[in-house]
Design a protein around this ligand. Structure first.
Ligand code: NAI
Ligand SMILES: O=C(O)C1=N[C@H](C(=O)O)C[C@H](O)C1
Length: 266
């Protein structure tokens, strides 16, 4: 059986380095290159904190895909570069598995159209942790019966995007089953701007950023005389790696873009 040849973008990051450690342990995956805006030509093994792998760092994505044969690009970078990398990979016929969050709806639509036009499979998953995927599905189910809902997401203070991709995806899933409803008092007024959080279709998202946190979300439903809270915590980035592997395996069978890991779970 031939190995799936993987390029990782963002190898020195918190998620990218965890992905390298995961790939190193898999017999059916081979790390063939890394994409980083720094350290062109260096090997992964040159970095003490990274696994002992021979793959080379490339700074230019075109040079990378022209020099190395790759099947899958795993992108764990920033919203700006994640989007550019995904687009470029599709053009080269390299299947993107994207964990990077912060894409706009327009960017997601553009990537969906491009993937379909080129027949290149793509998986974009705002959260690779299986528990988080279940939390989102349970929240969607609960929203059918509890239309009053607020999402509280808590992350480490190095996070660039707010609200988190998971919170945005949770709101989108809830929106599929919940009638538009403005929550709170009809005449409520914020005396400090932002106090009620972001407004998505009348439901609220609150984003907390603190050192010490990893990735956490609570979806709180309210009804007369009762509350229901659905909560997920990622305490370590290893929690995302089962999903990254699952996405790499599945993207090889796809010729369209899939948004959300729930769409490939049985
Ligand atoms: N889908 C999921 O399950 C998860 C997604 N994320 C997302 O993954 C992304 C990365 O998160 P972290 O690892 O925590 O961030 P990080 O800041 O630790 O790592 C990002 C890395 O990207 C690199 N980078 C920046 N520009 C680049 C470029 N042009 N080319 C190549 N590399 C570049 C940086 O040098 C850095 O090493 C974020 O968008 C975050 O929201 C994070 C955790 C889980
Ligand atoms: O930046 C992070 O850390 C995370 N980002 C993703 C998001 O925006 O939802 C997934 C997870 O919450 C960790």
């Amino acid at each position: 059986m031939s190995k799936v040849r993987v390029v990782v973008a963002g190898p020195r990051g918190k998620m990218g380095s965890e992905a390298l450690r995961m790939i190193e342990k898999q017999e059916d995956l081979e790390l063939v290159a890394c994409l980083d805006h720094k350290y062109e030509g260096r090997k992964v093994s040159d970095f003490e904190e990274l696994p002992n792998l021979d793959a080379i760092f490339y700074s230019d994505i075109n040079n990378c895909f022209q020099s190395v044969k790759a099947d899958v690009l795993v992108d764990l970078t920033t919203p700006e570069f994640g989007y550019l990398h995904t687009k470029t990979a599709i053009h080269y016929g390299v299947r993107p598995v994207v964990g990077t969050t912060g894409f706009t709806e327009e960017q997601l639509q553009e990537l969906t159209d491009l993937s379909e036009e080129k027949g290149v499979g793509v998986i974009i998953a705002p959260n690779f942790a299986l528990g988080a995927v279940l939390m989102m599905q349970f929240a969607k189910w609960a929203a059918k019966y509890f239309p009053d809902v607020e999402i509280i997401e808590k992350h480490h203070d190095n996070k660039l995007d707010a609200p988190s991709g998971t919170a945005v995806k949770t709101a989108a899933l809830i929106k599929e089953v919940r009638e538009t409803k403005t929550q709170g008092h009809p005449e409520e007024k914020e005396t400090i701007s932002g106090a009620r959080g972001a407004d998505v279709d009348g439901m609220r998202i609150h984003s907390m950023r603190l050192p010490g946190l990893v990735a956490h979300q609570e979806v709180v439903f309210g009804s007369s005389g009762e509350n229901l809270t659905i909560k997920h915590d990622s305490f370590h980035r290893e929690s995302f790696m089962t999903g990254v592997k699952l996405a790499i395996d599945n993207v090889m069978k796809l010729d369209i873009l899939v948004y959300g890991l729930e769409n490939i779970l049985e």
